[in-house]
Design a protein around this ligand. Structure first.
Ligand SMILES: [Zn+2]
Length: 279
């Protein structure tokens, strides 16, 4: 069954109304499935009715997951690994379900039970689901990159920055201690404004302050800002010089593998603190 709330309408309404509608759609579908299960067990409905109810419930649940992780306002840095994986699984299931419908309908067309034109809408639906899946794959790739940035910081904090002290640590970072403290909001704003004036584009911030991703990896990133620039690029060199002039501490990450830019970034502020777990 097709949801009365199309994707385009959801995007246009930007969330809240649709969010509630789809969440309650999933809740309704769960209640309906329980009701159908009881009736099937009592012999009042055929087994097929339960299969259909379960498929509808799965569809509604997958819609809810995608709405939160793909169409919603959840920033990549506020996603957890579990949510990112759930996003791709939901999109994959939706795509496979639509392909199965095309195959089923194609069999009926072969038997001349249905006209060939009846396949068009189903095929278009499957194509749409396929491109949504491609979107989740691209988003997951960005998420993985962000995770690697956090991991690089994790390694730097765990092993310290003096290369001689920790020869086993990847030699990926460079530290400027500056005045040592977490930069004020005003200083960060000044850095952003100066960057924008100089390059005519916004500072490419990949994580601002504490995020779910940092938290899930045991780090308190409060007051720190990650900028997705290569430390040796034109922008990176300029930014590091500015931070040094302003005495703002930073860490520069050149990527775990020499010559590769993956996870390269500049972390503004002192290293993150370890979150102490309560006993
Ligand atoms: Zn950082």
């Amino acid at each position: 069954m097709r949801s009365p709330f199309s994707l385009a309408a959801c995007l246009w309404l930007a969330g809240s109304l649709c969010a509630r509608a789809q969440d309650s759609e999933a809740a309704q579908a769960r209640i309906e499935t329980d009701r159908v299960r009881e009736m099937v067990e009592a012999g009042a409905l055929p087994r097929k009715a339960l299969d259909e109810a379960q498929a509808h419930m799965q569809e509604a649940e997958d819609n809810t997951v995608l709405r939160r992780t793909l169409y919603g306002r959840l920033g990549l840095e506020d996603m957890t690994e579990t949510q990112a994986r759930a996003m791709i699984t939901a999109a994959e299931r939706q795509w496979k379900r639509r392909e199965a419908k095309v195959e089923e309908a194609a069999k009926l067309v072969e038997l001349e039970v249905r006209p060939r034109s009846s396949l068009d809408a189903l095929k278009a639906d499957a194509e749409r689901a396929k491109s949504v899946h491609a979107m989740t794959v691209a988003r997951l790739k960005l998420f993985d990159e962000l995770t690697q940035m956090v991991r690089a910081e994790h390694t730097a904090v765990e092993f310290g920055h003096a290369e001689d002290d920790a020869p086993e640590a990847p030699k990926i970072s460079e530290r400027f201690a500056g005045e040592g403290s977490v930069p004020s909001f005003g200083k960060i704003r000044a850095v952003e404004a100066a960057f924008e004036r100089h390059f005519g584009m916004a500072l490419p911030v990949s994580a601002r302050g504490e995020t779910e991703l940092h938290k899930s990896m045991g780090f308190d990133h409060t007051g720190r800002v990650d900028v997705g620039v290569q430390p040796d690029s034109k922008e990176g060199v300029w930014l590091r010089k500015l931070l040094e002039n302003m005495k703002v501490p930073y860490l520069a990450f050149r990527g775990a593998v020499k010559g590769q830019s993956t996870a390269a970034h500049i972390h503004i502020g002192p290293p993150s603190n370890r979150i102490r777990k309560a006993d």
